[in-house]
Ligand binder design. Structure first.
Ligand code: SAH
Ligand code: SF4
Length: 405
């Protein structure tokens, strides 16, 4: 699925923003809701209690199994109910503000969420799809921005922060399946989907929004709908220790830990939540993670920062630290962003580090940078409005500086 450079679709940040209310503002969307939430909405418009289960089941299959975008196509739902549904609801997805396709096939969508109130113009988030030979991974966001301030992460510098609802998290998968024509019922003969894996590695800390992440995972993994395997869903956390056990118990997904340092002093600096939940407590929570075994290893992410955490001594310390935990180590070349204070380790150093870890018995893939030409890599996600605001601020400052000269 390699694309030519000229197929890059540039975002249109300067295009005027739509000001009229969109349909989704007046009629709420049902897309992304759980079975319980769907039943509640149907009950509220008068669908009788005894019919609820069946109606939810029907809508569920159209929406998640086949990717329906309107009620008119739901041929096994009575005409009257279809009309009633259309009068009150839509099946609108988050709005796609821009789509960028990298030379390597990686796609990045900038999505605008439906406004939550009269003053809200709609929060924006980014979603990335990474096709590989044996899988297709969708990197989803759990929050707009992030309240934690890991010093190497661009998202952490974003001021605007709110939790995404479960429907908004599921909405990211719906957009990807819409764009890729990838619903199970659309291509019944095809052995595998384009999106086979989900990683919660976009914007935000999923364990600060666990209830919504859990509900979203339930919808994404439903066998009669979107059909993703829970073993192919990975939730990455910076280390919110008290929520790790609940994540395992309530979602049964794979766990990834953003470790990045082997001692508390350095981790306090890089991942400040470490001051609250230090490494020893974090690793205890990992050892106790439900279902952890050699077949279900925990991924430890380790960003390679030149001269900061990339020495051979640290590779040794890492191996010592993880002894006894069924683990995979994922080395991530640091992705610089404008204004970041770190540099990525030299390639030879990454290889030395990786070789040591590999020889100690760990699978240690170095995450190949993907979609670099469209800034789609980990830690670079930051909403377009924030970037635009920053640009506008800069222009204003320049004007002020000029006028005071
Ligand atoms: N908040 C969660 C999940 C989102 S971040 C977490 O921190 O785990 C997903 C991964 O990208 C984390 O491992 C994070 O540490 C890493 N990351 C953040 N900024 C990065 C950057 N600039 N370069 C490389 N990796 C980065
Ligand atoms: Fe938040 Fe994760 Fe970025 Fe840290 S690395 S600021 S927890 S998104």
């Amino acid at each position: 699925m390699t694309m030519q450079a000229d197929s890059l679709t540039a975002p249109a940040p300067d295009a005027p923003r739509v000001s009229e209310p969109r349909p989704s503002q007046s009629r709420p969307s049902l897309a992304g809701l759980t079975r319980e939430a769907l039943a509640e909405r149907l009950g509220a418009i008068g669908v009788p209690e005894r019919e609820l289960r069946m109606r939810v089941g029907q809508i569920w299959q159209w929406l998640y199994g086949r990717g329906a975008t309107d009620f008119a196509s739901m041929s096994n739902v009575s005409k009257d109910l279809r009309a009633q549904l259309a009068e009150h609801f839509t099946l609108a997805r988050p709005e796609v503000v821009s789509e960028q396709i990298s030379r390597d096939g990686t796609r990045k969508w900038l999505l605008r969420m439906a406004p939550t109130g009269p003053l809200d113009r709609g929060a924006e988030i980014e979603v990335v799809y990474i096709p590989e030979a044996d899988r297709g991974t969708l990197c989803v966001s759990s929050q707009v921005g992030c309240t934690l301030n890991c010093t190497f992460c661009h998202t952490g510098t974003q001021k605007l922060v709110r939790n995404l609802s479960a429907a908004e998290i599921v909405g990211q998968l719906l957009v990807a399946r819409d764009r890729l024509r990838d619903y199970p019922g659309q291509q019944p003969g095809r052995a595998s989907r384009f999106v086979t894996n989900i990683v919660f590695m976009g914007m935000g800390e999923p364990l600060y929004n666990l209830d919504n992440a859990r509900d979203a995972i339930a919808v994404m993994s439903d066998a009669e709908g979107l059909q993703l395997s829970r073993r192919r869903i990975t939730v990455s956390t910076s280390g919110v220790v008290p929520e790790i056990a609940r994540l395992g118990a309530e979602t049964n997904t794979m766990l990834a830990i953003s470790l990045h340092a082997t001692n508390d002093e350095l981790r306090n600096e890089l991942v400040p939540i470490n001051r609250k939940y230090p490494i020893a407590e974090l690793l205890d929570a990992c050892r106790a993670y439900p279902g952890v075994s050699n077949a279900r290893r925990i991924t430890f992410e380790y960003v390679m920062l030149k001269g900061v955490n990339d020495s051979l001594a640290e590779a040794k310390a890492l191996v010592r630290l993880l002894k006894g935990i069924p683990a995979k180590i994922n080395l991530i070349p640091f992705n610089p962003w404008p204004g970041s204070r770190y540099e990525c380790s030299d390639w030879e150093q990454i290889e030395r580090f990786s070789d040591y870890v590999f020889n100690a018995g760990y699978s240690s893939p170095v995450r190949t940078p993907r979609g670099r030409d469209i800034l789609a890599a980990c830690g670079q996600l930051k909403s377009e409005t924030e970037k635009l605001r920053a640009r506008a601020r800069l222009m204003l400052e320049e004007q002020l500086a000029l006028s005071s000269e």
